[in-house]
Structure formats: C-alpha cells, structure tokens
Design a protein around this ligand. Structure first.
Ligand SMILES: [Zn+2]
Length: 338
C-alpha cells in the first residue's frame, strides 16, 4: 500500500519558509495496492484466437463475471463481430501482431509494420475501443522503444508472478497453462493464485487452446470452470481484471498525488492528480481515509457525480474507502447521517 501524507506538504513548506509552526494532525490517505484492496491481481489472457476461446471460454468467464484479455493476431481473425461482442462485455481485445510474427527475427522497419498495423486494424474493427497492449508471439520480445511507441505494456512469458510493480512494463511475465505446462488442473490454478496473495503480486495466466480446438497447450474448460468457481468464492480477496486495466492501475497508483484543498465542518474537498496521459490512464483508484471524528457516514462525489464508497472498521477506527479517477475533477466528501 502507498501512504500519502498530507502533512508532508506542510513540512516542506515550513522548511522552505524557515519557520516552524505547530501543525494540527492531518489525514493520511492510502491508495490500495490493488483495486478494492484486493490481496493480489489476477489476469487471464488468451493468445492466438483459438476457436473455443470465443465459443467456450468467454461465455464461461461471463458467467462468473470476470473479464479477460484476448491477444489476437489481426490476420488470423475471422469473426470480428464476436470480438466486438466480447469487447462490449468488457473484455480487452489486444494485439498479438498482424501475422503472429517472431519479432526477434525482423528488422525495425518490419517490426514497425507488425506493431502499428495490428493496433490500427483492431481499432478499425472494434468500435469504441483503444488497443493499448500487446503480447509477443513465440515469447520473443520486440524492440522496446518501438513497442512502447504504440503500447502501454507488453506481455512476455517468463513464468513468474509479478511483484506489485513490474520491473519492465515491456516484458510483463506470464504463466503458460495447459497440457505443456504445470498448470493444468483447478488446484494448479488455485495454487498460483494463493501464491499471488502471499506475494501481494500480479499473476498473468497465458491460455491458448481450450479443450479440443487444436490450439497450442490446451487447457480443459472443466478445470477452468472449477477454478473460476473457486475465484468467485474468494469475493474481493483478489482483483480479477484485464491486462491493460492492471497496467493502468499500477502506473496511476504509483503516480497519484492526493491533496486536500479545503475543509469545513461537514465537507472535505480534495484533488487526486497524476502526471500521466488522461486519455489512457483513466481507471479508478481505490483510496482509503479515516472517517472524520464525529461523522457516522459520508457521501462522496467526483466532478459532481456520486462515486462508489463504503465504510470499513478496524478496531475503533472507521475508514472511508472510495474509487476516484485521477485528474477527473474535484472530489468532495460530505458528512451524511447514514
Ligand atoms: Zn501466439
């Protein structure tokens, strides 16, 4: 978790002005490591557009209310309508290059075509959607700066669970599942998820074939179903989200600056800002603050609209937990009866 103390601003000011002053105790805000204060983030990613991904896996994930990322080679894609439907249901449609190219064997000019065109083709077909991440075919990374010119992150396949902030957003590790891997059964999936909790990290599963669709390293849908039922039972302990949303969350979490602008007896106004591109980085961060003394409840708005908020209790202290989007307007916390 990242604690941001408003007191810090006062300390810096006093140092600059060269005079000391007694400061009243100011509130500390905490940005959740993972959305909703989950213990770990889990992403399910699908490569190669294998036929049972849309026919079997997407309906299965929809049934449990989880969103996935589909890395599709744009040349291999026949059914754009089905992908549009998945996008409309909240799944991420992302790049796996145009031709499923081994980027390591290409010149920079050839890589550029694979990177740029796949993004443009996906965005031309999938309405209201920006293609912002890529997975490297054959687990062979391309040129870092070229990839970073078109994508906010790239998925690699090193087989480890990422820490809360990956060392390299252009080489995010993933864990291959299915017949060629050690992740085949419900228990295998569950074990990796439990390890993610203990690491407070981010686990990206890489799934290819489903059942008998002819895809690489098939994963059995029966095992996936049992695992997803297990995940559902965990409630908010894990944050299951698309690859792109987890990247957005991490970068916003690490860049966020929270400042109280003004307070009255019944209101607190604050700003949450970051230095990131607002067109891309617009995912809500989960923030926690102590409920002011004497308050029983609160309502929270951002830019005039009510935001998701709840109260949690730890010992004698009550906390307000709420979702806000950085750089998306003033946030007002208002005392409420209940
Ligand atoms: Zn592939």
């Amino acid at each position: 978790m990242r604690k941001i103390s408003v007191v810090l601003v006062a300390v810096v000011l006093s140092a600059v002005c060269g005079k000391s002053f007694s400061q009243k105790k100011s509130a500390t805000y905490e940005v959740a490591t993972w959305h909703g204060f989950g213990k770990g983030a889990i992403s399910y990613t699908f490569d190669d557009n294998c036929s049972n991904q849309l026919a079997v896996a997407i309906p299965l994930f929809n049934e449990f209310g989880f969103r996935t990322t589909m890395f599709v080679p744009s040349d291999w894609t026949k059914d754009w309508n089905a992908l549009q439907k998945a996008a409309d249901q909240g799944h991420e449609i992302a790049s796996h290059t145009v031709t499923h190219a081994n980027l390591g064997g290409l010149t920079k000019a050839q890589q550029l075509v694979e990177l740029k065109n796949s993004k443009e083709i996906i965005e031309a077909h999938i309405k209201g959607f920006s293609c912002s991440t890529i997975a490297y075919p054959y687990c062979v990374p391309g040129n870092d700066s070229l990839c970073a010119a078109y994508y906010i992150a790239a998925r690699h396949c090193q087989g480890y669970i990422e820490p809360k902030t990956p060392a390299d957003f252009m080489k995010i590790s993933s864990l291959i599942t299915g017949s060629t891997s050690s992740i085949r059964t419900e228990k295998d999936f569950n074990n990796r998820v439990e390890k993610t909790d203990s690491l407070n990290g981010w686990c990206v599963f890489l799934i290819h074939g489903i059942d008998n669709d002819g895809g690489y390293s098939p994963t059995q849908s029966t095992e996936l179903r049992l695992h997803l039922a297990y995940m559902k039972q965990q409630g908010s302990r894990f944050w299951v989200a698309t690859f792109g949303d987890v990247v957005r969350y991490i970068r916003e979490r690490n860049a966020a600056l929270i400042q109280e602008v003004s307070t009255t007896k019944s209101t607190i106004s604050l700003q949450v800002t970051d230095n990131l591109d607002n067109a891309v980085y617009n995912f809500p961060l989960t923030v926690k603050r102590v409920l002011p003394t004497g308050w029983r409840a609160a309502r929270i708005t951002q830019n005039g609209k009510e935001v998701e908020a709840k109260i949690s209790q730890k010992g004698k202290l009550k906390y307000l937990i709420f979702d806000v989007v950085p750089d998306n307007g003033k946030i007002v916390i208002t005392k409420a009866a209940k």
